[in-house]
Design a protein around this ligand. Structure first.
Ligand code: XMP
Length: 530
């Protein structure tokens, strides 16, 4: 259905995923493959154009990543970005060398040819720059771009000409128009490149000739059809947690196969206040789905008794979840599939640098189920980015409250109840957590913050309430801003809001006499305390 596709080959740039997202924002489907993907796989994807990403390597160093050279014989447009540009020069007969002056950050691009890739991009500007000194009487067409490179083109490959330059790079963009090969020294995908979106649009539509057919509606219809065919007359089971990904997965699969889907919601005893009720209500009442609610809280809490080590807490909760889920799933007759909310960033065979956070904490998964119960996976979101999942959820008519929900970890409050997890401590934490979220929402900050929550510390401190001395618990409030959870900064929540949170927790939550605010960023801290 999506005939017009753009392939992004990944050479390790931190921006590779961003390139694919930018293409998709134009309703053109895009996928990422590693730089060394076999040519057959690339050809089978049938792209209308290829984008070569940037990357940290230097084309002239030993072992630098190289694609299969046959991509240049496919007769389709290719756009090289940064390392991708140097690669084109290197592989097509040009010469790349270390730049005398490395260029990082903002640069003024002077466009020499605005006929196709740069159509409608530039503004006429008077420059007080070296370029103007070189050509004092000419009017210059310029735009602001974001550079990040240490190498530069010294000799064009055959058939190429320069289409833009900067003060430091005589060749900031080059093209072989006959073959539709284009290359940029700068990054059009980042927001700091003012007309980056227009440049990519020109490539996708004018040069590759794509049509904008990839919309959420068309995605939903294609996916529903695929799921229907795949499932046939079998049954599907889906574990839901209340999070965006599992809820959207469930709603989409339900639209496709109706009651052949059973959702299982496991109450592990470390959920937030009223969580189970709210999720059940949303999916049952608004979407008429079959949901099995399993209260396994006692079972989990028993296993967690006396466990202080965070990783052990995670393992226990993960293993126990699989057991409970399995018991329930086994009761469903004819069940052959497990629907899961895996997202695209988890499946990309990326060559990009991945921060340690991806593996520092063991996140539970249900891999074991597939083997033991011989279930096959349905992952309808595996081609989507998180923001696209939100758009999809909205398109499916899901409420904002679910769509914009802050991420909540699988091990739940167990890793926010530092040290011992007991019913009493969980009650304190739940009450404090409700107040944090309530005040954040009232202040209109909920959607500006990645995650906000309360943490119960294993410390007691002295206080005075009325005439009495108290010796009670400390609650730490954590609020962070982030784009993907890999890095994060502490949220600058206004003092008045923090003041209200502190006041309310100390007054309303019995057992707490002190509230502190966590002002650490990630790295070096993590978002969760355990
Ligand atoms: P950290 O604490 O590693 O968290 O900075 C990054 C993001 O991951 C979430 N997180 C988890 N999610 N199982 C999950 O499903 C886990 O064990 C887990 N640990 C952390 C965390 O809430 C944040 O969004």
């Amino acid at each position: 259905m999506f005939e017009d596709k753009i392939l992004v080959l990944d050479f390790g740039s931190q921006y590779t995923q961003l390139i694919a997202r930018r293409v998709r924002e134009n309703s053109v489907y895009s996928e990422i493959l590693p730089y060394n993907a076999p040519f057959e796989k690339i050809a089978a994807f049938k792209p209308k154009g290829i984008i070569l990403s940037g990357g940290p390597s230097s084309v002239y160093s030993k072992g630098s990543p190289l694609p299969d050279i046959k991509i240049f014989t496919m007769g389709i447009p290719i756009l090289g970005i940064c390392y991708g540009m140097q690669l084109m020069a290197h592989l097509l007969g040009g010469r790349v060398a270390k730049a005398v002056k490395r260029e990082y950050g903002r640069a003024e691009l002077i466009i020499d040819d605005d006929s196709d890739l740069f159509q409608g991009v530039s503004e006429l500007r008077t420059l007080a720059s070296a370029s103007r000194r070189r050509r004092p009487n000419s009017e210059l067409r310029t735009t602001v771009v974001w550079m990040s490179h240490g190498d530069r083109i010294e000799k064009y490959p055959e058939g190429f000409t320069s289409i833009a330059h900067t003060d430091n790079s005589p060749v900031a963009a080059m093209a072989n128009k006959k073959k539709n090969f284009y290359a940029l020294q700068f990054h059009p995908e980042v927001v700091h490149t003012e007309k980056g979106r227009e440049i990519l649009k020109n490539f996708i539509f004018n040069i590759c000739g794509c049509s904008p057919t990839w919309t959420m509606r068309s995605f939903i219809e294609t996916e529903k059809e695929r799921i229907r065919k795949l499932v046939g007359n079998k049954k599907v089971v889906c574990g839901i947690s209340g999070g965006v990904d599992s809820s959207v997965t469930a709603v989409l699969v339900h639209e496709a196969i109706g009651d052949a889907l059973t959702c299982i919601f496991v109450d592990n005893g470390v959920l937030r206040q009223d969580e189970a009720k709210k999720v059940e209500q949303m999916l049952k009442k608004s979407f008429h789905m079959k949901i099995k609610y399993v209260d396994a809280s006692e079972r989990f809490l028993k296993k967690l008794k006396g466990v202080k080590d965070p990783e052990r807490k995670r393992k226990i909760i993960g293993n126990e979840f699989i057991k409970v889920f399995e018991d329930e799933a086994m009761k469903i007759k004819n069940v052959s599939f497990l629907a899961q909310g895996t997202l695209y960033p988890d499946v990309i065979e990326s060559t990009s640098f991945k921060g340690p956070s991806a593996t520092i904490k063991s996140h539970h998964n249900v891999g074991g189920l597939l083997k033991k119960m011989k279930l096959k996976l349905i992952e309808p979101l595996r081609e989507l980015f998180k923001d696209e999942v939100r758009v999809l959820g909205r398109e499916l008519g899901m409420p904002d409250e679910t769509i914009n929900r802050h991420p909540f970890p699988g091990p739940g409050l167990a890793i926010r109840c530092i040290s011992d997890v007991t019913k009493e401590r969980l009650t304190i934490l739940r009450k404090a957590d409700v107040i944090v979220l309530d005040e954040i929402k009232k202040a209109g900050l909920y959607n500006k913050i990645w995650q906000a929550f309360a943490v119960l510390l294993p410390v007691k401190s002295v206080g005075v309430m009325g005439d009495e001395r108290t010796y009670d618990n400390v609650i730490a409030v954590r609020g962070v801003t982030s784009v993907d959870g890999m890095t994060a900064d502490w949220a600058q929540i206004p003092c008045e809001v923090l003041g209200r949170i502190s006041n309310r927790i100390i007054n309303e939550v019995k057992g707490v006499n002190r509230v502190v605010y966590d002002i650490s960023s990630k790295p070096p801290s993590t978002i969760e305390w355990e």
